[in-house]
Design a protein. Structure first.
Length: 356
């Protein structure tokens, strides 16, 4: 099968959309399919080449001069040269351009809705089939007018990623009890709520430390917020790391305080490391936590309830260990292998329904 993946870029910067797209491309190439990846250049170029994925530069970012015209010309050239059977668009510009040129070529379009909460996500409905990364996302897209008959649910998979070495990097030494989050530093991820919750926790648990792994546009605001907390010295801004597994492995409690979250890849990574997980009950997070059996669900925007849940785990090693055991179960559902297999099923469904 000839499959072309479209993304805005392939930066190695913690972007879950790009990570999933690269994982799929590499996995499909390993199965001897003809795979190409079209995007602006970035740090994953070497990995794509290592797995035999053809790369085409198509800069779909809005920073490019005359972006739509430039990307259109470049993508048309790619389509003519590669002649894909499936075009899989992971971001909105690629989805729209892929649909625009589909009458000129013999391919079918699959789109994956990664951030259904964005107003522009409705444009992903141009796909012949639309992949939602959680049942919650599928319901949201259906409410926005995408026919249910064109929506398929494929949970994201990150475990066993070809992007990462089989073993994590060197261990990190964290002060305990260690509360860890791995997230982009923006308002949607609930970082301000977590810092506010830790301000409560730190007054109760004088040995606890908060480790914030990631970077983003609101980092300075969060650092300023941290200076107003009871003990700023116990809040650590680690920055972005391409392989955060050592932080999961060293954590006592992993937290994701998102206000909106279609799935939450970091939760499955934390589960693989055996973390006790506390996360907000939004979007696809409950699905990533087996309906709440593999972690503690709390309402979003409620730093007081978040703090109480974390304090309960700090106070009860038995409860914490029970959650750690549950987190380590049923992980096969979150593998890249399973995600790729189900995605390939979507491709075959399309091709079988419309022989070329």
């Amino acid at each position: 099968m000839r499959i072309l993946h479209l993304a805005n870029h392939c930066h190695r910067a913690g972007n879950g959309i790009v990570n999933v797209a690269v994982d799929l491309a590499c996995s499909q190439a390993l199965e001897n399919h003809e795979i190409a990846f079209a995007s602006a250049p970035g740090g994953y170029l070497a990995i794509l080449a290592q797995y035999g994925v053809r790369y085409f530069e198509v800069d779909q970012t809005r920073r490019a001069p005359l972006p739509l015209a430039t990307a259109s010309i470049a993508l048309f050239s790619v389509l003519r040269a590669f002649q894909p059977e499936i075009v899989h668009a992971h971001m909105m510009t690629g989805a729209v351009l892929g649909r625009l040129f589909s009458p000129c070529f013999k391919y079918r379009i699959v789109t994956t809705v990664h951030n259904e909460f964005q107003r522009s996500a409705i444009l992903m409905g141009v796909g012949d089939l639309v992949i939602a990364i959680s049942a919650a996302s599928a319901r949201a897209m259906a409410r926005r007018g995408i026919p249910k008959r064109r929506i398929r649910i494929v949970h994201n998979g990150v475990l066993g990623s070809p992007r990462l070495e089989r073993r994590a990097g060197e261990n990190v030494a964290l002060s305990r009890p260690a509360i860890v989050t791995v997230a982009g530093l923006n308002w949607r991820k609930g970082i301000a709520d977590l810092i506010e919750a830790f301000d409560i926790i730190s007054r109760y648990s004088r040995d606890s430390h908060l480790y914030i792994v990631g970077d983003g546009p609101q980092r300075k605001e969060f650092e300023v917020q941290a200076t107003r907390c009871f003990d700023r010295s116990r809040i650590h801004f680690i920055g972005f790391t391409p392989d955060p597994r050592p932080y999961y492995q060293a954590a006592d409690i992993f937290v994701l305080a998102s206000h909106k979250e279609p799935f939450g890849l970091v939760i499955t990574e934390a589960r693989e490391a055996g973390c006790a997980v506390v996360a907000t009950d939004v979007g696809g997070i409950p699905e990533a936590l087996d309906g709440g059996d593999a972690g503690v669900l709390v309402p979003p925007h409620r730093s007081d309830i978040l703090a109480k849940a974390i304090i309960t785990l700090i106070d009860s090693p038995f409860h914490r260990e029970r959650l750690q055991r549950r987190a380590s179960q049923n992980l096969e559902d979150f593998s890249v292998k399973r995600c790729n297999a189900q995605t390939m099923d979507v491709y075959r469904e399309l091709l079988d329904s419309s022989p070329m």
